[in-house]
Structure formats: C-alpha cells, structure tokens
Write a protein that binds this ligand. Structure first.
Ligand code: EPU
Length: 417
C-alpha cells in the first residue's frame, strides 16, 4: 500500500494534457469483444480499472494486449460465459460483460455487483432491459444467470437516466435481431463515444447524445481502429486544481464542450476561463466566491466533480449549497473537516461555509473522486497532508500526482506504514 504526502501551498502554473476517458474506455473495451476480429484502441488510459476489465475479458477467453496507451482486443476466441467473481466484484462496470456475453454467446453468468462506497447501486434497470430483449433471467447465489438464443430488438423505456444501463443495452442490442429503441437514454459523451465506436465496427446506431437511441441489430461486427475521447472528469478535476491553488494552468487535449457546466460554475466563482478548440486556460483569483451547485445527468453538473468542487468551495468567500442528486456521495466530507473545512451535510446536501485556509492533516479516501477532492484540498492547505487509500485514485486517474507535480505541486508517493 502507498500513500501521498502532499506539501501544500504551491500555486499551480503551466500546461498539462488530459488522458483518455476511463468511463468510455471501460465500455469500449468490452464492446470491442463483440467483434470476431481484432480491434485496436488508442488513447486508453493506463489505470487500474482498465487493467481489471482487461483481466476479466482475458478470463472469458478474449485476447487483450495493452502497451502504453494502445490496447488490442480480439474477441474471436471468446469462450466462457461465466465472469469471475473475484474480479467482477472490484468494479461495477464489469457488469457490461453481461451485455457482451448475451450478444456473443446467448448466455451469461455474471455476479451482481452489490453496493459500493457510493451507497446502494442496483442493476435492476440493466436486468429489466435484458428481459425486454428476450433474455430469460434468474438470480441465484448472487449471480445473474441469463440466456437467450438471440436477443430481439424492442422498445425499452429506462426508468431513470442511467449511463451504465444505456451502455449495457447498446452493447447487448447491437447484435440483436431487429431494432431496439432506448427511450430516456443517458446523453453523456461516453455514450456518444461508444456509439461512434460501435458504428465504426459496422453497427447501426442513431441518436446517441439525445434521449432516444435507435439500434438496428446487425449479424456481425468487424474489427476497427478507434481513439477514445478525452476524460472530461479528469479535465474538470485539473481545472478545479488550478482554481483551488489560485493558479494559472492551460489544460490541453480536452473537449471544452464536455465540461460546460463546470466552466460556468467556475466562472461564477470568479475564475477566468479562456477556451479554444481543445484547450482551456484557467486563471484563478486567490480565493473563489461561493457558488451553489446541484449534480445532474449530462449536460448538468457531473456527480463525479461534486467532491472536487466541494473542496474548492471549502475555501470560498461565503457559503455554498451543494446538492447531490445521483449517489450517496458525501462520506469524504468528514476527512475535509479534519483539514479545517466547515461543512454540514443534511439530506443529500452539503452546506459549505468557506474558510480562509485549510490545514494539512492525515486523511483517508475510500473512493476515487473523494480521493481527488482530498488531493485538491491538500494542494491548497497549509502544511503537510498524508492521504492513504490512494489505490482508489489509481483506479481512475492516470498519473494524477505526476501531472500535478509537473504544474508545481509537491506530492510524494511513499510506502504507507
Ligand atoms: N440506478 C438504478 N438502477 C440501475 C442503474 C442505475 O437505480 O439499474 C440508479 C443509480 O443508483 C444512480 C442513477 O441510477 O442513482 C444513475 O446511475 P448510472 O447508472 O448513471 O451510474 P453508473 O452507470 O453506475 C456511471 C459512471 C460513474 C458516474 C455515473 C453518473 C461508469 C463506469 N461509471 O455509473 O462514474 O458517477 O455514471 O454519471 O461509467 C466514477 O467514475 O467515479 C463513477 C462513479
């Protein structure tokens, strides 16, 4: 186990590039195994969740090679319909293998992901969707056992905007017989990326990015070469890192459109932002102004940036109200309080009274985005912060410590006691 030792107080300055999107990569890597030929994926982030999904696919018989940020996925030899519990339980996105296995083998046995540090996270919408596509489903001993000779397209209304359900049903239905229409589909850029990838394999998908997606099933999908979009959550995290240190940072290799809500809220907080086609310059005042924010599905303010934004608001002038509408995601606030933040959480809402300074303290993270929030808080804090649990940060940020250090931060990764 390792930890970060962060010496706070440095103003970030310079230029930093954004990596490929984790949540796109996880969907696209699984979808690549729909083809019976090799797919070449580029801009794949080197992160633990990506290694885990690759390991799960290998266990199913798929050939996966990963060098640098390039991954080769060859689904021609997929043979097992049983996803391994020990790997699946590590990550909810591994449930995408259910859609893949149903489409490729007509049979899937995938452990139910269960709860996680973000609270109860059911997969009932995914299961209802598979049933609507004609799969026969039994839940036994914590496993979802699904069977369908060939899935059949139909109209599916998804009860609540759900990224994972939309992805899983796109994967499952791309090889189905007939046309599937997903209503109330999620509109996140990762969904559009998956649709573009599948279409490059020969799928027939229209409407991704709107709330109605039409998938005309095809008999087979072919190998392709594809580059994954930049990670909008990493981009947003780096923007907030610049803002919390009163910094001046240019963030490159990103899509400004994908972080529109973060940009608007940062501007409201008094941060100056200059945009070009694939870059954003963040020029921040010494202390931001308090801003009220509410998380929502895309294009609303992302739940994955809620925690970093609360860190920023903890040193703002004034009081901000941050409402979390997607997950139960405020446990890290106790750790921020140990650093001197003044935050009260009531009914899914954080009331953040800005303080002039945070102070370093030993803190622990139990999830990815909370980890990012603590790193950002430690950059702004006076003195030294030790962050344990950083294996959660490694799950979904590529070299966050190195990138921040290249901007003038002082983060050391050391062995934890
Ligand atoms: N939901 C259900 N039943 C379902 C599916 C979802 O009730 O069958 C609920 C969830 O509990 C939640 C809401 O619907 O309240 C939306 O969940 P969604 O399905 O959109 O989330 P997800 O697919 O599990 C993805 C990302 C998350 C991100 C959310 C929201 C991946 C691998 N994960 O999760 O990313 O927060 O969408 O945008 O794409 C992260 O990267 O740190 C992360 C947690």
């Amino acid at each position: 186990m390792e930890k970060y030792v962060v010496y706070g107080g440095n103003r970030l300055k310079g230029q930093v590039a954004v990596s490929g999107a984790k949540n796109s990569a996880l969907a696209i890597i699984v979808a690549a195994a729909l083809a019976d030929e090799e797919c070449l994926l580029k801009n794949v982030p080197s992160e633990v969740d990506v290694y885990t999904i690759a390991e799960i696919l290998r266990d199913l018989g798929v050939k996966v090679e990963f060098h640098g940020n390039t991954m080769r996925v060859d689904g021609s030899c997929i043979r097992s319909y049983q996803a391994p519990y020990e790997l699946v339980r590590k990550m909810r996105a591994s449930f995408y293998t259910a859609g893949l296995l149903l489409a490729r083998l007509g049979k899937a046995e995938v452990p139910l992901p269960g709860g996680c540090s973000l609270g109860s996270r059911p997969v009932d919408f995914h299961i209802k969707g598979f049933q609507a596509l004609g799969a026969d489903i039994h839940i036994e001993h914590g496993l979802m056992k699904a069977e369908a000779t060939r899935l059949t397209g139909t109209k599916i209304y998804i009860n609540r905007s759900s990224v994972g359900t939309t992805i899983n049903l796109m994967i499952a239905s791309s090889l189905a017989q007939g046309t599937t229409i997903l209503e109330n589909a999620a509109k996140e850029p990762e969904i559009v990326d998956l649709a573009s990838f599948l279409n490059s394999m020969g799928a027939k998908i229209k409407g991704a990015g709107t709330n109605v997606i039409k998938i005309e099933g095809v008999k087979r999908l072919r190998g392709t070469e594809y580059s994954i979009i930049p990670d909008r959550i990493e981009a947003g995290t780096l923007m907030i890192a610049a803002a919390i240190t009163g910094g001046d940072v240019v963030i490159t290799d990103m899509v400004p459109e994908h972080v529109r809500s973060a940009v608007l809220n940062l501007q409201e907080a008094g941060v100056q932002i200059e945009e070009s086609l694939s870059e954003i310059r963040v020029y921040a005042p010494e202390r931001p102004r308090a801003v009220d924010v509410e998380t929502a599905p895309y294009p609303g303010f992302p739940t994955d940036l809620q925690q970093p934004f609360v860190s920023l608001m903890s040193i703002a002038q004034g009081t901000s109200i941050i409402r979390e509408n997607i997950f139960d995601r405020f446990r890290y606030v106790d750790e921020l309080r140990r650093m001197g933040a003044d935050i009260k959480v009531e009914h899914g809402t954080a009331i953040v009274r800005g303080v002039p300074k945070l102070t370093g303290a030993p803190v622990e993270t139990t999830d990815l985005r909370a980890g990012a929030a603590l790193v950002l808080a430690s950059l702004a804090a006076e003195g030294v912060t030790e962050i344990t649990g950083i294996e959660h940060i490694d799950r979904g940020y590529e070299a966050l410590d190195k990138k921040l250090n290249s901007l003038g931060a002082n983060i050391k990764r050391v062995q934890a006691d």
